[in-house]
Design a protein. Sequence first.
Lengths: 132, 132
Amino acid sequence: MENETEKVPCEGREYSNCGKHIAAVHDTMDVLNGKWKITIISLLGFGKRRYSEILKEVTGISGKMLSRELKDMEMNLLIKRTVISEQPISVMYELTDYCVDLLPVIDSLAEWGKRHRQCIVEQFKQEPVEVI
Amino acid sequence: MENETEKVPCEGREYSNCGKHIAAVHDTMDVLNGKWKITIISLLGFGKRRYSEILKEVTGISGKMLSRELKDMEMNLLIKRTVISEQPISVMYELTDYCVDLLPVIDSLAEWGKRHRQCIVEQFKQEPVEVI
DNA sequence: CTGCATCCTGGGCGATACTG
DNA sequence: CAGTATCGCCCAGGATGCAG
């Protein structure tokens, strides 16, 4: 409501970088495509897991998708796959150092998500009076 | 290749938060769903634009999708819509302060994307030596 | 110029069953 | 237990045309 500056939202941004910037974002989102990868990375950020554990903890994902995503992520060097035991076979997945660099990014995503949820809740409350 | 620590990737993470964390990420990605919103926000991070300008600068997007995404984002309070002139009608879009908070997040996405592109390029160079 | 309605296709994703 | 194969749904999103 405060009629603040009408400036470019984020200072320090030069329009000349715009194209590159967008392309770079696109590169990242390309790797993180689909419905599940970010969730899987988030989970693995809390420690390595076996296939079946991930399957249980990522609610809603099917076996096919998990396999596919995992394979895809391995090819992109986001996770490391290790066969633990042969009988019965079991496989461990963990983030690569490379992918660990993504965790702070994902954390900030989460941060914003929390605030957003707050805002949405507030909105619904605003019907009667302003409440804390 | 360095056999580093086998610890939990990111210290300071408690498993008890895992569920909440993932949910929060999901909330954000829910708002940012689809193929275009992040790109649009990135662009608008470089300054307000008119509908037709965005249409031109976001390569590949169709008019229908732009309208749809814009409306959706307005409902989520990510952007502000302002009618500039009536004849011919023209509309300006800009990020809300609320959404500006997302820019640093997107920036880090871009940051990682740049590094990732580097890595991919490196990989192709590495053909000569041992490959699986 | 901005924005909506309609039609249509591709592929993301789920369910199930099967192999090693 | 880990992963693959098959089938099919469904909807994001492209193309086009119309309206204010």
